[in-house]
Write a protein that binds this ligand. Structure first.
Ligand code: SF4
Length: 389
């Protein structure tokens, strides 16, 4: 049996999440023990990893189908020579597609919309996903993460317009439970905060995290006093394994709601069947499909992950025709610098968009309709020209 095959026999429910992190694959030398590369490929991948490190949990690696070069899990986890392309055939790229830098209040606090504050709690993740839009900070030296959570909580306390807080990263659930409890405690008595979200990809890539009973107790205690949501990030039905299902069940038993924010990615979920199976799979394990994000024009990502909008909206529309009401609740979204934009549909040559959040300086733009001239290549708002109805 191959070394990768051996991983498939491990009972991951019995593995301690903190100890297991030490077995993550984070060098090409270790990766070579599981995946075959030619000499040329190996050299290129070493260059890739110099720019964007690898970090792959053994659990997630075990989901790869060794006999399928086009396996979606492989594309999500393994470095690829396409990552050397900084600006691709599909147009310009940036390191900050979401405009985070403009709304950085220091000490890890991003305040983009009046009602929401986001705290970048860590730059570490159990896996460094190849499509990550925070590629510029994840696993790399940066000054964007929170240094003093009490100061971040103080900022939120002073800004009474903030009704909800998103604890994000990196992946905040890689922080130890004791610290997560302290973080939540600093928010629990801020009256104007209605609810808190912890954004995490661990249910999909590191479900062992939810076999820590103390974490579940921490969720349950907090959720009794202030509503807690867990936005997660499943991209493909192959990530919905038995252990992921059990992890989600354990979270739901604490009373916490789990919503999914997938990213639409070429070679991962860019077919009608992929979207249909993903959304049905999520509903079946009690996760609400919430957003399907258009892949952002991120450097080293756009070139090989972004699906053109014309092709994308057709796939999403056809999938929605097959899905029941709960499975098709998700919105197809561009997380643009000007605010979130829903991709509603298309005519022969126009894309129909609706802005659903706007920046505080332009409140009148929230909920406006936009009609954009559409061609076969456009992948982002800035690639299209606004036209009339
Ligand atoms: S877990 Fe999330 S933040 Fe971390 S690398 Fe993956 S997509 Fe990026």
């Amino acid at each position: 049996m191959s070394k990768l095959g051996e991983l498939k026999n491990i009972d991951w429910t019995k593995i301690d999440w903190q100890t297991e992190l030490k077995s993550n694959i984070n060098t090409i030398d270790t990766l070579k023990q599981y995946i075959d590369f030619s000499e040329g490929e190996e050299k290129t991948l070493r260059d890739v990893v110099d720019n964007h490190p690898i970090n792959i949990p053994r659990y997630y690696l075990s989901l790869i189908d060794e006999n399928n070069d086009k396996d979606p899990i492989r594309k999500l986890a393994l470095p690829n020579e396409d990552e050397l392309v900084v600006a691709g055939a599909m147009g310009e790229t940036t390191k900050d597609p979401y405009g985070d830098d403009k709304h950085d209040k220091g000490n890890g606090v991003l305040h983009k919309y009046p009602y929401s504050a986001l705290i970048v709690a860590t730059d570490y993740c159990s896996m460094y996903c190849r499509h990550c839009f925070r590629k510029a900070i994840v696993g790399l030296p940066n000054d964007k993460t929170v240094e003093n959570f009490q100061c971040a909580a103080e900022y939120i306390r002073e800004h009474k317009e903030i009704t909800n807080v998103i604890i994000s990263g990196g992946d905040p659930l890689l922080i130890n439970t004791q610290r997560i409890r302290k973080i939540l405690q600093s928010l629990v008595d801020i009256e104007h905060v209605n609810y808190v979200r912890i954004g995490t990809r661990t249910p999909a890539v590191y479900p062992m995290r939810f076999f820590d009973d103390d974490l579940l107790k921490c969720f349950e205690e907090f959720n009794k006093r202030k509503t807690l949501y867990l936005p997660t990030h499943f991209n493909h039905v192959n990530e919905i394994t038995d252990i992921a299902k059990e992890a989600v069940l354990r979270i739901r038993q604490t009373g916490v709601t789990v919503n999914n924010q997938a990213v639409f990615l070429e070679g991962v979920n860019d077919s009608v069947e992929d979207i249909e199976n993903l959304m049905n799979g999520l509903v079946s394990i009690g996760v609400n499909p919430y957003y399907l994000y258009q892949c952002m024009p991120v450097s080293r990502v756009r070139h090989h992950f972004q699906v053109p909008l014309k092709k994308g909206i057709d796939i999403v529309d056809k999938a929605k025709q097959r899905l029941d009401g709960y499975a098709k609740r998700f919105k197809f979204i561009m997380g643009h610098d000007i605010g979130k934009i829903e991709i509603c549909g298309r005519t022969e040559d126009k894309l129909i968009l609706k802005q659903i959040h706007s920046r505080p300086e332009e409140p009148e733009k929230a909920s406006r309709m936009m009609f954009m001239k559409l061609d076969d290549k456009a992948g982002w708002l800035d690639d299209m020209q606004e036209v009339g109805l």
